[in-house]
Design a protein around this ligand. Structure first.
Ligand code: AMP
Length: 113
């Protein structure tokens, strides 16, 4: 989608530190990391957010499997990690292209702020 920063990362129009690519999703390092490991996992196809993924679409399952692989690869699976998707402005969604934060490498508080 035009003017979508994450679509531009998928299309290599703007740089990012990409750590995984396949036909359905890419993962890259967050530009403003909130933990020692902070990756963003996004579908290559544009969805504004989690509410916009059609029922029956397997992209969320694909990203879930990928998140587990990346947690193992980045050494955060044993100590614990979070997978977070913010939906809507009040939840803190600032980029309207579906994305999942994979965070680990430190302790987290609950409830989240
Ligand atoms: P959210 O606030 O949940 O929508 O998350 C958006 C995330 O995208 C934030 O953590 C930003 O730091 C991150 N971000 C924004 N622009 C870029 C970029 N060009 N490369 C990597 N991460 C980005």
């Amino acid at each position: 989608m035009e003017d979508c920063i994450f679509c531009k990362i998928c299309g290599k129009e703007i740089p990012a530190e990409i750590v995984h690519e396949d036909e359905k999703a890419i993962a890259f390092k967050d530009i403003d990391p909130q933990a020692p490991v902070h990756l963003l996992i996004i579908p290559t196809k544009h969805y504004d957010g989690i509410m916009n993924v059609p029922a029956g679409n397997d992209i969320v399952a694909h990203i879930h499997t990928l998140a587990i692989k990346l947690a193992l690869r980045f050494g955060i699976a044993d100590t614990g990690f979070r997978i977070v998707t913010n939906c809507g402005s009040q939840a803190g969604q600032s980029v309207n292209h579906l994305h999942f934060h994979l965070l680990g490498g430190r302790s987290f508080k609950w409830p989240p702020g």
